[in-house]
Ligand binder design. Sequence first.
Ligand code: GAL
Length: 685
Amino acid sequence: MAMDRREVVQTGLVAGLAACLPSSPSLARAEAPGQSGASLGVCYYPEQWPRSYWADDAAEMARRGITFVRIGEFDWSLIEPEAGRFDWQWLDEAMTTLGRAGLKVVMGTPTATPPKWLVDRFPDILPVAEDGAVRNFGSRRHCTLSSERYWAESRRIVSAIVERYGRHPALAGWQIDNELGCHDTVMSWGPVDLAAWKRWLVKKYKTIAALNEAWGTSFWSMQLTTFDEVILPVRAVTETAPAARMDYRRFSSEQLVAYAAMQGALIRAGSPGRFVTTNAMAFFPDFDHFALGREVDFMSWDSYPLGHTAEYLSEESELRRYARTGHPDVPAFNHDLMRGASGGRAFWIMEQQPGPVNWSPWNGVPEPGMVRTWIWEAFAHGAATVSMFRWRQARFAQEEMHAGLNRPDRKISPGGIEAEQVHRELVRLGPLRPAGRAPVALIFDYESVWYAKVQPQGADFNATLLAFAFYSALRRHGFDIDFVPPGASLEGYRLVVAPMLAMPRPDAVAALAASKAVTLFGPRTGSKTPDVHIPDDLPPGPLQGLLPMKVTQVGSMRPGLTEKVEGDGLAGHIVHWREWLETDLPALATFADGEKAVVAAGRHIYVAGWPDAGLLDGLVAHAARMAGLAPIALPADVRVRRRGDLMFASNYGATAQPAPAQAGARFVLGEATIAPHSVSAWRIS
Ligand code: GAL
């Protein structure tokens, strides 16, 4: 465990690591890990390589500036090959080897991969797809978190691992499970799920009359007389009650968070002084990440910019343009969301794309320079650690086409060379300051994301992508953005953006009313009650106090259809979704048919539809001016982010671009001309 002190200081690790070792859960929440640190990590699978490689691998990791090594997250059948028979020897040796090289271990709990013997013994732990088919053993995440049996088995294996390694000197912290909910497993649709769902409904509604009222069961003769009659809102002849489906999403999200909290409690009890995190996924809609973030010391997420761009964006021209760089706002959106879910404190990248992945429809090779740019962008957004996935490309199995920092022949890969460059740059820069607070808040609302899935009313209405559109416009103007959940205090923010707040609760309305910020509201805000009913006085329902208007009619629009919008300094189109307003408020812009498209009630602005990029640029510029915020003029494909006393600018484009720096700025990374696919950083006052 003897770590070279010079190296520790140089990578800013002393502050980071000390803060990583809270002595109690409450202290852990107060002192976020690595706030002012910036270090590198790697995901390692010793079980997939001969033991004769391990010591060399560990020494090489340390030499290349790696501080943290995540292991173990899929190892259940290797640790417990038969029920109750544990084989710790190999993992003991791996821990010792890594520790001897001065590396800090992050141990994953292996509950994403229940072994075959466990599945055979308790087949009802398997998840069930919407069509009723059992989702079988053979890959991973073959478990439903509704299963009390699976909870018991999870407790057993987590307790055993915590007991074995909880106080190991090489252990820095824990990753709960792996990508909870991945592969569409947050919701499962079998008998075990039905039982858990009924329990949840009894707790929520107390009486069946209350449930009938909320779900609107007088429609289509859906009344229930007892909770026993409840079935899963799936596999009916046609659409099931929207309120029931909304509840099923809430139930499934809460269950996932409770499951993670159960593991977190076991870890904290048996592994004092170690941090607890879990790795989330980009744009993942099916559970509330703010709620999960409250159960861990900080959130981590897995950043694969090429795969995420390919999977979530749909415009063919953008997909081609960013095929080898990723869209410039895709990693940033998720960094800001995870920092928000970490309560504004430092977060981690637990897995960073090092080269081509294997799981998207087409898997390109990142442009030279992008791996380094992605790592620096994560640090710029407040990441404490960026851990690369994986140390070495596997020679076998599902991910053998996925790059690593090293090639299968044990030689360094292009991504490995770029990560090593970042290490040298970190050493040169010294510790980074905390990210600090942004002037702009974006209210990101999981209930709206779920609601838009339950009742899209337009085949391509996706509330996450609506938020992404607003976010991108803010970034094109050079603003730093904090993500906050609805109901969080908005104090101190100059500009607040609420892309969609479908069913605002009293705390969200109160926070908006108390805020002094200029606020820009997107469509469908206040459009439903939490039970998915239309508000008595029409939308925006409880926000009518701030926005005196009624939305009287809405219509969705096929791809390619647009409605022109024009106003003073505002010009563009509405796409996907249009609304009709009844209001005396002045119009900032109107539709071609004379109807109001953008209205303002003092500092509250509402846009009656899904604005395209042109209209959003105008809206953001207008709102920023009102808020007294100065935008930064940025070349296309360049984005900026401040962290402490540094300003970072990344260039996702293929041509060199000027950095938006003050004359005489002192550059600490790159230069005043940002090279293609590269990053520059300079000191700001
Ligand atoms: C992540 C996952 C890893 C690995 C990786 C490949 O989603 O957590 O285990 O599968 O993707 O890109």
